[in-house]
Structure formats: structure tokens, C-alpha cells
Ligand binder design. Structure first.
Ligand code: ZN
Ligand code: MN
Length: 482
């Protein structure tokens, strides 16, 4: 049996986080009573005229710039004609052509398996509108909810021939893309609510072959995991079919989450079937260089660049930096603390350690919690200066988390400052040795492993406040003299 290599193209639809729909003033939201956010325009009534949403166009341009695309300085909308009950106008306003989409010919970088990055070519980033939703009614029969009809939708398609070759790369591409969209604030990236939808197309061909295999397109993937599982399943299915000498069909297949298998849905339409033509109701969009450059300058630092900076200028590990960058607000919080003078490594350890754990347990976000970046910086300084021990710091942090009181205040109120007074530590050590004569005897007979127990007893004696370094020294000295 020949060895096969897979090729995966990715088509992603992202609902834009605008206030209103693409061509009318109906609000954009998730859920709610069916058909309550509709008007004659998004219902496609005869005689109505669409007015493009400027914010949506800017969001697509920003995305295209972030994905290193060329920008179409003149760009038109087309009608993509097909009949389906969820499409009230009988066509979807979309953008056709190779260099007409707002963005084309770009790329996105994903972390490569062997370190470094891999470039995934992007063919197009275009603007269109979403359709309504068919619903199966409890009373039997079906209904259509047009609340989603006309919501601004961005479509991002990877290049051909595809750069993605494995299910892992497909998942990573989607994860990076989602990350970028969320960072740009153009989409909330909620795959489970359908505001970000991914339809990969998959083909396999024998290693060394120049000819791409017949591809299938997968639908109904509503998590990163399904994307990864779905692509892996299709690769296996196609290889198995080819091995038996079967011919594959170009088709659209659905993903059955429960069975973790794909099933045939329909034979794929070809572009001719859609009869694309420029929408006569919408004037061409024209952009000038200055406006595009202003948008480019307004882009935030993107996740991968941030990760690199945390690693290279702040000295964080890939893992630590990854945890911080995973969420934009979390990264912003970290940067605020560093800006206030917090040691990056120490701040990062508290954030990814106790802080993350407590936020998780209480279901809060960092910005909504009572701990401010300034609190974290203060705590880290109290430890670095030797004012409190690491052990006490944990208690102090927990209290700041609970009450919002500043760490320094808590330390003062509790009298929890670290004991660095050698005399006090020495007398605590002597008390412990006196109370544990049997253990001291063991130590003297060569069982030095009991030293840890004695240190623990001294820490207990001082309620965790003794400077551990000094305790160790004092104990060593006292044991020698005992
Ligand atoms: Zn409307
Ligand atoms: Mn589309």
C-alpha cells in the first residue's frame, strides 16, 4: 500500500462583533426570541435598499492586514444566488474573484512541530452576510429564525495548494486565527455558539504525487477538538477507500459528534451553480492609501509577536508566556504589573499559579477580581525584600484576593513580617531541639534526613514567619554544638 500525504484547506466564517447588521440597523446578538431582530431590509422585501456597515468593512480590513494580506483598493460586493429557506433574498451578498476580496494573498504563522513557525498561505479574506437558521419545532415541522440573517460575516480561506498537512496543523491554524480575531476585537470566537465556524476540505494523495486528490468538505464542527478529530477521520477514511480501489466523490460531509464519524450530506456545488454577479444595489468600495495605513498602525500587538517578546525581552519560558498570551485581558493585566515595576518572572509565577487557580475556582476574570496589578507588584516586592516569606505570601495573597486589601496592609495588621532577627531565630531553634531530644539523637547518630523535620518545627514555632535561610544556618550551628 502506498504512503499518503494529506492536504487540508480551511474555510472559516467569523461573525463580526458589530452593533448592527451588515446592511440594516437591526441589532446583532446571540439567541433571543426568533424573528425579533428583523426588518424589511434583512428580510429581503422588494423595494428595500441595503446600506453597508462601515464598522464591518473596517474589521475585515484590519483582519486582512493582520493576516499580511494585500488590500483591494477597490472592491465590490456580488450576489451569490441559491435557493434555501434560510436565505430570504434568494442570494447572499458576498465577494467573488481573486483580487476583489477586501484582503487577498496573505499568510498566518503557526508554531511548527519542530520549533520555529510555519507559514500558512491565505488566499482571501472577504465580507459577506450570514443566513437565517432553520429550526425544528417541538410541534413538528420546521420554522426559520431570521435574527441571524444579514449579520456581517467574514470569510477567511487558505491558499491552494494547501500548506496544512496534518490534523494538528489544522487545529493550530484555527487556534491562532481565533486568537488573532479575538485580539483584534472583530469576533468573539465562540465556536459553540457558531460565531466562528470552520469547514475544512481534505484530500489525500500518494507521497510524491503532484496531483491533488479528490476532496471532501466537512461541516458541523463546533469545537477545536471536532476539527482535529474530523480531519483525522477524513484522512483515514479516504486512505482506506483508496486502498480498496474505490473512487472518491467530491462531496460535503457532516460531522457526527457522538459517533465521531463523518457522513455524506450532498455532492458539492460548483461555482457556476451560484451565478455570481456584482450586486447592483451596492456601490464599489474605494479606499485610499492613508486610510489603510492608519488602520495598519492601529493594529494591536498580535499573540505570536507578544509571545516572542515575553520570551526574548522578559525572559519568560515558552510555556509561561503561552499561558499569559492565551487571553488578551490576562496578558494586559500582566503588562500593567510589569509596567508598575513588577519583576516579570515573579509576577508571571503568581499569575499562572495561585491567582489563576483562585480565579478558576471562583469563576472570575482577573479584571473583575479584587486583586489589582499594583497589589501583585507589592506582594512580589515584599517577598524580594525579605519582608515576608514565600509561605506567608501565599496567605497574604489569599486574603487580598478575598478582601481586596493591599498586601502591605495585611502584613502590617497581622504582624506577619518575616523574622530575620538572628537572636529570635536561635532561641526558637534551641526550644525545638530541647523539645525533640529523641530526634536530635537520631540526627547525631547519622540520620541527617530528620533535619527537615526540625526545620519544619522551627517554622511552626515562628508561625511560618522565620526566614528559612537563617533557620537552616542556625539549626546547623546548634546541632553541631548540641
Ligand atoms: Zn434588518
Ligand atoms: Mn461564505
Amino acid at each position: 500500500m502506498p504512503e499518503y500525504v494529506a492536504s487540508v484547506g480551511m474555510e472559516v466564517h467569523a461573525e463580526l462583533s458589530t452593533q448592527s447588521k451588515m446592511f440594516c440597523r437591526c441589532p446583532v446578538a446571540f439567541g433571543g426570541e426568533p424573528n425579533t431582530r428583523v426588518c424589511p431590509i434583512c428580510l429581503g422585501m422588494p423595494g428595500t435598499l441595503p446600506v453597508p456597515n462601515r464598522a464591518a468593512i473596517e474589521m475585515v480590513l484590519k483582519t486582512a492586514l493582520a493576516l499580511n494580506c494585500q488590500i483591494a483598493m477597490t472592491s465590490v460586493f456580488h450576489r451569490k444566488n441559491y435557493f434555501y429557506p434560510d436565505l430570504p433574498k434568494g442570494y447572499q451578498v458576498s465577494q467573488y474573484g481573486e483580487t476583489n476580496p477586501l484582503g487577498y494573498n496573505g499568510y498566518l504563522e503557526i508554531p511548527a512541530s519542530g520549533g520555529g513557525t510555519k507559514r500558512i498561505g491565505i488566499r482571501r479574506v472577504h465580507l459577506e452576510e450570514d443566513t437565517g437558521k432553520l429550526m425544528h419545532l417541538p410541534s413538528g415541522g420546521s420554522g426559520v429564525d431570521f435574527n441571524r440573517a444579514g449579520v456581517p460575516l467574514m470569510e477567511i480561506v487558505t491558499d491552494f495548494p494547501p500548506d496544512i498537512e496534518t490534523p494538528d496543523e489544522a487545529k493550530e491554524y484555527l487556534a491562532q486565527l481565533r486568537h488573532i480575531l479575538v485580539y483584534l476585537g472583530v469576533c468573539d470566537g465562540k465556536m459553540e455558539e457558531g460565531s466562528m465556524r470552520c469547514e475544512p476540505n481534505i484530500s489525500v494523495r500518494p507521497v510524491g504525487s503532484e496531483t491533488y486528490g479528490i476532496k471532501s468538505e466537512l461541516k458541523n464542527l463546533n469545537s477545536f477538538r471536532s476539527v482535529q478529530l474530523g480531519v483525522a477521520f477524513e484522512v483515514r477514511r479516504q486512505i482506506a477507500a483508496l486502498a480498496t480501489g474505490a473512487t472518491l466523490r467530491q462531496e460535503t460531509r457532516g460531522w457526527d459528534e457522538n459517533r465521531e464519524a463523518s457522513y455524506p450530506m450532498r455532492i458539492k456545488e460548483s461555482e457556476n451553480d451560484y451565478r455570481y454577479f456584482p450586486c447592483p444595489d451596492l456601490v464599489p468600495m474605494k479606499f485610499d492609501e492613508a486610510a489603510i495605513e492608519a488602520l495598519r498602525a492601529s493594529l494591536p500587538e498580535l499573540p505570536l509577536a507578544k509571545l516572542r517578546r515575553y520570551r526574548e525581552s522578559l525572559g519568560l519560558s515558552d510555556y509561561d508566556a503561552g499561558l499569559l498570551v492565551a487571553d488578551k485581558d490576562w496578558a494586559t493585566y500582566f503588562e500593567q504589573a510589569v509596567e508598575l515595576g513588577g519583576d516579570p518572572k515573579a509576577v508571571c509565577n503568581w499569575m499562572n499559579g495561585d491567582f489563576a487557580k483562585m480565579l478558576n475556582e471562583t469563576g472570575q476574570s482577573a479584571s473583575a477580581s479584587k486583586v489589582t496589578p499594583a497589589h501583585l507588584v507589592e506582594l512580589v516586592r515584599l517577598i524580594a525584600s525579605g519582608t515576608i516569606s514565600g509561605k506567608i505570601a501565599k496567605e497574604v495573597f489569599a486574603e487580598t484576593f478575598r478582601t481586596g486589601q493591599a498586601p502591605a496592609q495585611i502584613v502590617e495588621a497581622k504582624g506577619a513580617t518575616q523574622i530575620s532577627d538572628l537572636g529570635a531565630i536561635e532561641s526558637a531553634v534551641l526550644r525545638v531541639l530541647k523539645d525533640n531530644a529523641d530526634v536530635v539523637a537520631k540526627y547525631k547518630s547519622g540520620q541527617t534526613s530528620v533535619g527537615g523535620f526540625l526545620i519544619g518545627q522551627v517554622m511552626r514555632e515562628t508561625k511560618g514567619r522565620a526566614n528559612p535561610q537563617l533557620v537552616r544556618e542556625a539549626l546547623d550551628k546548634a546541632l553541631e554544638e548540641a
